[in-house]
Ligand binder design. Sequence first.
Ligand SMILES: Nc1nc2c(ncn2[C@@H]2O[C@H](COP(=O)(O)OP(=O)(O)OP(=O)(O)O)[C@@H](O)[C@H]2O)c(=O)[nH]1
Ligand SMILES: [Mg+2]
Length: 438
Amino acid sequence: MFDSLKKKFNGTIGKLTEKVSQEAEEEAKAEENSVQNETEINSLKGTDVKSAPETSDKSSSDLDNAVENVPEEIDSMEEESVDSGTKKSFFSRLKRKSSEDKPLDVSKESVASEEEKTEDIETPRGEKDESVSGKKEKEADESEKESKSGIFSFIREKTISEKDLDDLLWELEMSLLESDVALEVAEKIIISVKEDLVGKKIKRSSDVADYTRNALKNAVSGILEVESKSIDTLLQEKKTKGEPLIIMFVGINGTGKTTTIAKISTYFINKGYTPVIAASDTFRAGAIEQISHHAETIGVKIIKHKKGADPAAVAYDAVSHASAQGKEIVLVDTAGRMQTNINLMDEMAKIKRVVSPDLIVFVGDSLTGNDAVEQAMKFNDSVGLDGIILTKADADAKGGAALSIGYVINKPILFLGVGQGYEDLMEFKPEWMVEQIF
Ligand SMILES: Nc1nc2c(ncn2[C@@H]2O[C@H](COP(=O)(O)OP(=O)(O)OP(=O)(O)O)[C@@H](O)[C@H]2O)c(=O)[nH]1
Ligand SMILES: [Mg+2]
């Protein structure tokens, strides 16, 4: 379920992490270069000042020769200049320069010994500084550990900019649309993610993934949360009034209304309630037989008239039966109808007028994606919906309808149909869907 959404969101998390890490690395390199250039300029300035009388009129090759000959003197001068930061860096610089100027084929040993020398200069009185080398080893250890786990600390904080996100979020928006996510929902997700991420300061590559995942999770949670009373609360309210809860099921042909009524009956029976079914699809041939068969199998009372009878009258009789017998729930089946069929839409409005259902539930086929969302909007406009059941979620790899439908009509998804059996019904919880995706 929702594999496509899962893949798309995870793809964005991965790509953004990679992009931001790469940029952080480039920025760090650029900074390192500029610091190096600055140091070079400063040290050259230092050379000019300190050796001005002797070297100001010398050519650069003379200067290089002078540098070549300096090292032995430096060590003794270093003793005197240990406290002077400027001098120290100047000497270090000179010494490094002299070693850089050595022939390129120097052996590894000589490079190593040069490095050791340079290190000795950094350490007062030529002693090896244990705490510094220990710290370096620890840092190296940590960075090795991090690189093994695929997590890298950035050299300095990287701030996520709108520019970092634009292309990726555009790509995400397009792929959400491909997954049948409604346009307004895709746009809302992008805006919410942008608001969450732009300006976030990132220290480690793993932060990018965490922040992005959280931003996407927030966006999806925001889309799925719809305020409404739970069916249990409604049931209790009706019970205290001594009336049955009336639920009417509407939708286009073949989305799963009748099967869902059988599943919901089972759901309520399992909770200890006694439902009654109204066979108000008097329109389609075989509809009354189909629902009678389900009712018999699960052991639920069904109120039915002949084919072609007034569906509102069937529903009315079912409500009277439930009220008289103290049964808590009436489930009204209706004929499937296209939202464009005015006669059938009017007939549905008549059932509503006659029995005043507590809940009108739209049953949509999740496999039809955006079409299900469009249908829900039309049914909502003509009879007013209170909730949604999406069927065939077991076969839905895209998940676009599940993500969009509740947001677009601002009504909650109550259940998901997840198979053809009577028990294949799940209460829908937004947190559950968020967990499924991330
Ligand atoms: N895989 C799967 N199939 C389902 C689910 N719900 C319903 N179906 C199947 O969908 C088909 C149509 O179901 P019905 O319950 O007859 O649909 P309907 O909306 O009552 O159809 P009409 O009465 O013609 O409008 C049946 O074959 C059901 O078994 C579900 O959650 N998962
Ligand atoms: Mg039916």
